[in-house]
Design a protein around this ligand. Sequence first.
Ligand SMILES: Cc1cc2nc3c(=O)[nH]c(=O)nc-3n(C[C@H](O)[C@H](O)[C@H](O)COP(=O)(O)OP(=O)(O)OC[C@H]3O[C@@H](n4cnc5c(N)ncnc54)[C@H](O)[C@@H]3O)c2cc1C
Ligand code: SF4
Length: 524
Amino acid sequence: MSAKFSLDDDSVVVIVGSGAGGGTLADELTKRGVNVVILEAGKHYTQADFENDEWAMFKKISWLDKRISAGGWHHTETYPNLPAWIVKGVGGSTMHFSGLALRFLPHDFRIKSTYGEVKGANVLDWPISYEELAPYYDIAERKMGVAGTKASGLPEMPPNNHYKVIAAGAKKVGYTDISRPVASNTRVNDGRPACQQIGFCMQGCKIGAKWSTLYSEIPRAIETGRAELRPQSMVLKIEHDKSGKVSGVLYADKDGRQHLQKARVVCVAGNSIESPRLLLNSASSMFPNGLANSSGQVGKNYMNHTTAAAIAIHKGPVYMYRGFDIAAVISDEAQLNPDRGFLGGYHLEGLALHLPFTAAFMKPGGWGREVTSALEQYDHMSCVWVCGEDMPQEENGITLHPTEKDQYGLPIPIVTKTDHTNDAAMRRHGLAQWRKVSEAVGATRVIDMPPYPASHNMGTNRMSANARDGVLNKWGQAHDIKNLFVSDGSQFTSSSAANPTLTIVALAVRQAEYIAGAMQRREL
Ligand SMILES: Cc1cc2nc3c(=O)[nH]c(=O)nc-3n(C[C@H](O)[C@H](O)[C@H](O)COP(=O)(O)OP(=O)(O)OC[C@H]3O[C@@H](n4cnc5c(N)ncnc54)[C@H](O)[C@@H]3O)c2cc1C
Ligand code: SF4
């Protein structure tokens, strides 16, 4: 049964956002006896609202408040007001996500030690190691039900046609590390059914086989009687007391009425654009540059993976859209190998887009015979998304627009990104390798596509061992304010080549353990 807390209750932990980070934290804190108020800007959709239609769902659940793309990346032209693809709703982007759940590699946590200084990049080691996070990866794989992992015990996803085509090509060019660890049940698990292989996973899984905090962590937290979820509640500012500790949050409800919810601890999990924006918008006379920003690093070092996409058209039909959206992941190139001419690595992720998104993303704004001749071969296509490590650069980040305001009167965010030379070299390599994989199984045409709006957003409130280099310590706790935490992907100090959600969930489990313990010891 849902709890109900008064606005004056200063014993609660307030969680801003209910996606991968916020939803997991709510579940893990309530399980440990902590009371939480979850404030979520978006609506509370249910599975009955999901439609097997890419544009209908995109329009329904995406964060479409105005943002500006700036910097040298192609988004300034292709997606000037949609730098990132993020969800606004209970469950956050876990509603849309395609479920791929890969672990970071050990070197991802120590990129400065591994790569040394990188010209033009702001590389840093994490204050935690892979070994410290490994037990939490196990818990995350169990919670999310990642198929084919030892921790979950769930069988692998059965191979669909798309998998067979990609795996055959990969083997022909000598790749051996081909898998698909996806957060979708391959048998009944955690009160949710097994995947029915219908596809349209990114439009929201109607039966709940694919993991989402919308129908796993959030209802579980509510059932404990220790959580209150307030949808359509946009947090505008974090307040603090005279000593500099945070004391509550100001938020606007669905009718625009503002409320102040008091708090013992505040955890920010609004994804990597809104989280730093909220800290910057919470500037006060005591913290004129924004909360937790004595290092000046809030909003900086924005990463979103080095991505590219491509389509291969085959002689025979592939029907890539049948079955789970993520078909196969080739991970051989994720390993370090400086002989390729770039640092870090990448995964080749076979991802089925449906026809409307294929048409939209293949050549944004393009038309004519080149486009239509490809689209009429839709059932013969296989499709890849190159997902590689993105170098943190201080100039890439989130800043507040000097004049333009949103519906709440808050400055809109400007998302600035320019590729590092390493990113460009990696992208070229990834596309060339995909061409080899596809041609090895007889593809007649390969079409390179520009990256989609950024769905993996990381790094704008990074962890650091030293307070001058970043925003958070190894628990995701602000260096400057001990009862302020960040619980989403903005904590990341490096991006790895792996999709971020499994790591966000593992960090949230570990953070909840820390917060509950510190509250019990009266340290918070
Ligand atoms: C199409 C798509 C496919 C993806 N596929 C994968 C994949 O296969 N594997 C993978 O690992 N990742 C994938 N991702 C990325 C993944 O969804 C995100 O990395 C993850 O959900 C981020 O978690 P988060 O907690 O940081 O933010 P989110 O899950 O985005 O949650 C943030 C929530 O905070 C709310 N919020 C923001 N600001 C405020 C505020 N001021 N007040 C109140 N609420 C606020 C938002 O409305 C949102 O609900 C995909 C994403 C998309 C869009
Ligand atoms: S293929 Fe499986 S995970 Fe995807 S939407 Fe269908 S049932 Fe859900």
